[in-house]
Design a protein around this ligand. Sequence first.
Ligand SMILES: [Zn+2]
Length: 117
Amino acid sequence: MSEQLFVVSECCPVGCGFPVVLLSRRGSAEIFTYCDACGCTWVDPADAHLERGVNEITGIADRATRGVELPSLEQVARTGLELATLRALSESDWGTTLSELNAAIEARVTADETARR
Ligand SMILES: [Zn+2]
């Protein structure tokens, strides 16, 4: 069975036209929004809309250095974020997978650490 994602915007402020979904930091209850087309994240779902304009550019590898998880409906409901949710999306319709995303984050974090040495 495919995992379910929560879509909070149909187009990020960058203008990708790609569904913006909720993710959580691995090992944390902290939830943020993410657009896989540009790789950007926003804490507030209100900032993840095209009309809002780009106020912040934070890549996913900077936001979640230890990787990401898909928040459960319970987690989303607990934070009140279900009010910002437009629809559900199955992981197979997302365009990426959680494991691909986590591999990309790990590669990016490792590259950053190497660059800092
Ligand atoms: Zn985007």
